[in-house]
Design a protein around this ligand. Structure first.
Ligand SMILES: [Zn+2]
Ligand SMILES: [Zn+2]
Length: 125
């Protein structure tokens, strides 16, 4: 999730420190200082959020950057998923290879044992 810290306040344009001094407006979803958030008013001109009094342009910019952040996050997740799938297939291949080697070796050992037993059973002249 994007942090409030560093987000520009929609009213004074100064960066927020964090959740202690700022919040996201439930109306325009823009970051705003708690102390800057004005009382809701129907008198605000277009472009000003009626709930917090911050510039809607600022909120719009913020939402765009959040969307970009989310897209970046999703892309990283997809890359992660691919790496995981590749690791799994590599491990799977390794496991199958190991299993084949073990099977072959076991068969050889059993064959050798059988031969050895047969040789021992033969009465020595
Ligand atoms: Zn402010
Ligand atoms: Zn607002």
């Amino acid at each position: 999730m994007p942090h409030l810290a560093g987000a520009p306040c929609g009213v004074c344009q100064q960066p927020l420190i964090g959740i202690r001094d700022g919040a996201f407006c439930p109306e325009c979803e823009g970051p705003v200082h708690v102390v800057c958030a004005r009382q809701s008013s129907e008198q605000y001109p277009a472009g000003i959020c009626r709930r917090c009094g911050s510039s809607k342009l600022n909120s719009e910019k913020w939402r765009t950057s959040v969307a970009a952040y989310k897209a970046e996050d999703e892309a990283a997740e997809v890359a992660d998923e691919r790496t995981r799938a590749l690791t799994h297939s590599l491990l799977g291949g390794l496991f199958i290879g190991l299993w084949t080697v073990i099977t072959v070796v076991t068969v050889q050992v059993v064959k050798e044992l059988i031969r050895w037993f047969r040789r021992r059973r033969k009465p020595t002249p």
